[in-house]
Design a protein around this ligand. Sequence first.
Ligand SMILES: [Zn+2]
Ligand SMILES: [Zn+2]
Length: 275
Amino acid sequence: MTTDPGVSPSSPVTSYHVHSRWSDGVAIVPDIVAQAHSLGLDEVGISDHFVLHPDTPDIEWSMRSEELPRYVSEVLASAAQSQEISVRLGIEADYIPETIDTLKEALALHPFDYVIGSVHFMDGFPIDEHRRYWDSLSADQVNQTWLGYYTRIVDMAASGAFDIVGHLDLPKKFGHAPTADMTAAVNAALDAIARADMAMEINTSGWSLPANEAYPAPWIVRAARSRDIPIVITADAHTPKYLTRNFDMARRLARASGYTQLALFERRVRRLQDM
Ligand SMILES: [Zn+2]
Ligand SMILES: [Zn+2]
């Protein structure tokens, strides 16, 4: 099976935000790698969920903390076996203030190529689990949740534990737009991301949501460009057929926002290459 990823053959195509059965994806790692090759990718990175939640040890959609070494071994084994394309060892780790030191210690034990930092929880509140949590909020609580979320992003960047910020405006997932102006909060988050020398993903999964736009929104991509924040284009794929979903649209968004390069990662070192 081949699908046009919407790019010229000379530019490197990566897909770095990919979930396997180690968390909430449907496929095993070797099958993801095989599909990545048939889609024409140059690099595929596996980035399963890793959540050290202080109150809930078993998050259904995350690997358990003790599974991390086996996850790493399996991805590295696939990387060693893959002749045609590069397989990167990534992870999507939650930033949670109470567990950030433990997280850093856990990640330091393994040769990751990149770490995606995401905020899926605001204290007890699950940002993207189900719309019913948002439906129960008043308009003021919705605004406070958005503002608190961006403050978490600032803290996440300052922690220095992450290479790429995941789905930056995640609270829009179920359509609960803030009524308050978020410009200052978003700018503060982007300033912190730039200070931390992190990259940002244009995550195409947002186009399949009510928002019908990538994470983050186009105005945030432009604001990131003005701060020279590097980008990667990712699909947040939970099934291999979506490894390059809407990548053509993401490239158009990136170019329209002034980007000419994409970031690549190896052993947590970033380089930029022309799109
Ligand atoms: Zn996520
Ligand atoms: Zn994800």
